[in-house]
Design a protein around this ligand. Structure first.
Ligand code: PLP
Length: 356
């Protein structure tokens, strides 16, 4: 039996979505594909509140995260790091042969506008990478305040990862001065993994034109050239794009604001449970994520035993990521999860911990 996924990605996918993936195949140079592609793009623009170009890439998020660095970093990149995914992005930036510095923040803390300002005031950087919602620590950095800072530095291209937050709350890409917004689909979007979405502002595309070594597969200018024909440079994951199309319709059927409210409600539900059971929080308010809660194991629960017992009951559980594994555990509340699913899961944890 398949386990019910209570891990922060991949998350459970609705049967209707899996069915959409069984749609008979079409060729990506056929008019049917352009129609599908255009429709998905238009719907995504509504979810992202953007008039910028929206591209579909066949890869997980890190494909485009690497691509963005290769396309957009000219002089030097400031990588803001407050968790495992942002640390890795710095490593990826260096591996692409780019000059880059890491601005480290303690795990569990947000990247602040002050830190971004300090870094950019040096005049050394023409690009930044930032993860909006650090999935390893359950921290959301304050994008509106950071956007205010970014406006002071028009020469800087902002590359922002919203993998585990896009669609769970309002992230108006254009208003937030995001030049390149990137997300994979197996987390907040609740789709099977393998598709990534990204935006590029005119400023970002202008930057690409002067950059050598963009490669081919993630060359943003190739994406832009094909976008005009509602197409992609190489063969896309058509089945996943059918799934995305269906999922976007489901978003609108639920209502974007209702979707945001459902995530807030679930975050409050888990927050209350964590507090009542005597666990701690890795993140402080107001930076606690709406899509997952990273609890500190103050009660000294045997997390390995809990994970094993939950597995026997058909639930996949996450006992922390990277260097905070075992000391923390993460409860996701993203994608299509409903408050009732979460209440059921927390109830099962209570039953098990009572007997450990
Ligand atoms: C999961 C995750 C990634 C990595 O995504 P892949 O799809 O595995 O490449 C990057 N950033 C964040 C914030 C994530 O949660």
């Amino acid at each position: 039996m398949a386990k019910k996924l209570f891990i922060p990605g991949p998350v459970d996918v609705a049967p209707e979505i899996l069915q959409a993936m069984a749609t008979p195949m079409i060729g990506h140079r056929m008019p049917e594909y352009a129609l599908l592609h255009k429709g998905v793009k238009e719907k995504l623009k509504k979810v992202l509140f953007t008039e910028q170009r929206v591209f579909l890439a066949t890869s997980s998020a890190f494909g485009v995260m690497e691509g963005a660095v290769r396309n957009l970093v000219g002089k030097r990149c400031a990588n803001f790091c407050n968790g495992a995914f942002s640390d890795k992005w710095h490593d990826v930036t260096r591996r692409c042969g780019k000059e880059a510095d890491q601005f480290k923040v303690e795990w569990g803390k947000p990247v602040t506008p002050e830190l971004v300002d300090q870094a950019l005031a040096t005049g050394r950087y023409d690009a930044i990478t930032l993860i909006h919602n650090e999935t390893s620590t359950g921290v959301m950095s304050p994008l509106p305040e950071i956007a205010e800072v970014l406006r002071k530095y028009p020469e800087v291209v902002s590359i922002i990862d919203t993998v585990s937050s896009m669609s769970a709350l309002c992230i108006p890409v254009d208003e937030l001065a995001i030049d390149c917004c990137i997300f994979g689909v197996q987390k907040a979007f609740a789709l099977p993994p393998g598709l990534a979405v990204f935006t590029a502002s005119e400023k970002a595309l202008e930057r690409c034109r002067g950059i050598e070594g963009r490669g081919y597969y993630f060359d943003f200018l190739e994406f832009a050239a094909n976008d005009v024909k509602d197409n992609t440079p190489s063969t896309p994951c058509i089945s996943q794009i059918y799934a995305m199309d269906r999922q976007l319709d489901r978003f609108f059927a639920e209502g974007l604001e209702q979707r945001w409210a459902r995530h807030r409600e679930m975050a409050e539900l888990v927050g209350g449970w964590v507090r009542e059971r005597g666990y701690g929080f890795l993140a402080d308010e107001p930076y606690r994520s709406v899509t997952l809660t990273c609890a500190v194991n103050d009660r000294g629960t045997d997390l390995a035993a809990l994970k094993k017992r939950l597995g026997e009951r058909g639930y996949a559980f996450d006992d922390g990521y990277g260097k905070i594994k075992g000391k923390t555990f993460r409860i996701p509340h993203m994608g299509d999860m409903q408050p009732a699913d979460l209440a059921d899961f927390l109830g099962v944890i209570d039953e098990i911990t009572a007997t450990l």
